[in-house]
Design a protein around this ligand. Structure first.
Ligand code: SF4
Length: 67
């Protein structure tokens, strides 16, 4: 499935893990994380890994079925 949207919910602790995993998409800035790039198709593995490993589970994404 293709990732169509990525966002950060409230509660990010700015730990930096997502930026370490996928710096093309996530940037820690001003005490939270911002999504800096919408070319999700090129970074799907990193987005999924960051979302799975975020300690406070605030990385959200939606997917579109390809079939
Ligand atoms: S991994 Fe989660 S808590 Fe850490 S900086 Fe990224 S969004 Fe914030």
């Amino acid at each position: 499935m293709a990732i169509t949207k990525v966002w950060i919910e409230e509660g990010c602790t700015a730990c930096g893990l997502c930026e370490d995993i996928c710096p093309d998409i996530f940037k820690v800035q001003d005490g939270t994380t911002v999504v800096i790039n919408d070319k999700y198709y090129a970074h799907e593995e990193g987005i999924r890994e960051a979302a799975e490993n975020c300690p406070v589970e605030v990385i959200q994404f939606t997917e579109r079925r390809d079939d």
